[in-house]
Design a binder for this molecule. Structure first.
Ligand SMILES: [Zn+2]
Length: 408
């Protein structure tokens, strides 16, 4: 972590500032802290592989003691909860320099559905979330900070405008490790539990984002208050894909009604939108945040999007930025199976499971079932061979996506 992160970190329990303890655990290179111990007025927290872990549990204390005993790898393995075969597989994986995000995910996750993360960049939930963040991002104050809460392995944080500093918070250390290693190396991961007070100073972030996770949090009132505290009077809160208790959802969590969500954020002037209506906008290349709906109008709608801000400039219609990614990171969407036949590549849309196909059926609105491209695309994509118009269309339809190096 960057030493500057200490300016905004606070203990989740006593609220005091953190200082770096000068002991055997400390390892830093310049302003970057690789490992160490952070102390506040009530307890201590470890920094493991550059990730501060602001959680008080036996496992985290164990990791801290391993650090202090000069065993940083043991601390990492403790936080990744690795033992036996999985630990061996991880050590082999780390020893290579060509391991991919997908391979790391297979080793570090014990949940089969985690494979879905590989397809995150093109799922409709993510598409809308990214569009809302892109639309509200430009209203951030100069030099402002952005936080993605419960942000998993960093897909949304990676997509944030690059000239703002992004903090990625999640309770799962392994997801943050994958984010820092593969998906979003430039963000600042912080391991913390959103069921507790968040470990940051007040009014720290111009944009506070929580996508697709709020219904799984038990302490919803606390978290809503915490998001408003972090945003302060000038910040904007964005909550994409919020499951509604008045609609049907896969793995719904513990959703509330639209009016209950509205009430939780009422002091911050929330406006509610239909997730499905915003997807329609996104497919047209725009996003209209000027027309929110009253909570009563949203009965039956499975998911909503909330944007809360005292700044009226946020609530406008915007043309979405041209999503053409830099050429060095363009890959074929991993939902396509690629068959190279002579001088062309045939791409066939292939879902990982029938459940995925059902849950994310809306991808068929933009991903064609089959596409034929010139050349062997497994060797890389050549935009000039496709022509500008065709290339733009393939990017807009997410047949081609911008992905980190060593992604799949
Ligand atoms: Zn404390």
């Amino acid at each position: 972590m960057e030493a500057a992160l200490l300016d905004i970190l606070r203990c989740p329990f006593c609220g005091t500032r953190l200082t770096l303890v000068d002991n055997a655990a400390l390892a830093r290179s310049g302003s970057e802290i690789d490992s160490g111990v952070l102390g506040c007025e009530c307890c201590a927290f470890p920094i493991v592989e550059g990730i501060p872990v602001m959680i008080a549990s036996d496992r985290v204390r164990d990791a801290m003691h391993q650090l202090e005993a000069g065993r940083p790898n043991a601390a990492l393995h403790a936080l990744l909860e690795l033992e036996g075969d999985r630990l061996e597989a991880f050590c082999r994986f780390r020893a290579r320099d060509d391991g991919t995000y997908r391979e790391g995910l297979k080793i570090l996750s014990v949940d089969a559905e985690a494979e879905y993360f590989v397809y995150r960049f093109s799922d409709p939930t993510f598409r809308v979330a990214r569009a809302v963040v892109q639309a509200t991002g430009p209203t951030m104050q100069r030099g402002g900070r952005y936080i993605d809460l419960c942000g998993g392995s960093g897909h949304l944080a990676r997509s944030m405008i690059s000239d703002h500093r992004a903090v990625l918070a999640d309770v799962y250390f392994w997801k943050l490790w994958l984010a820092k290693t593969f998906v979003a190396p430039h963000c600042e991961p912080v391991c913390c539990d959103a069921n507790n007070p968040l470990p940051f100073a007040r009014s720290t972030f111009s944009l506070v984002v929580l996508s697709d996770a709020f219904p799984y949090i038990w302490h919803k009132r606390l978290l809503a208050d915490e998001m408003m505290r972090l945003a302060g009077p000038d910040g904007t809160i964005v909550m994409p894909h919020l499951h509604s208790a008045l609609g049907e959802n896969f793995t719904a969590g513990m959703p509330l009604t639209p009016s209950a969500y509205h009430d939780l954020l009422e002091p911050h002037h929330p406006r509610l939108f239909r997730d499905s209506a915003l997807l329609e906008d996104v497919l047209q290349g725009t996003l209209d945040l000027s027309r929110g709906e009253p909570p009563e109008a949203l009965a039956g709608e499975p998911a909503l999007v909330i944007v809360a801000s005292h700044n009226d400039d946020v609530f406008r219609e915007v043309k979405l930025p041209d999503v053409l990614p830099p050429p060095d990171t363009v890959i074929v969407n991993p939902l396509y199976r690629v068959n190279v036949r002579g001088k062309e590549s045939v791409l066939t849309l292939t879902f990982p499971t029938p459940e995925y196909e059902e849950e994310f059926a809306a991808v068929k609105r933009y991903l064609p079932s089959s596409v034929t491209l010139p050349d062997d695309v497994t060797r890389g994509i050549d935009p000039s061979a496709l022509g500008h118009e065709r290339y733009s269309e393939l990017c807009h339809r997410l047949v081609l996506i911008a992905a980190p190096e060593r992604y799949v």
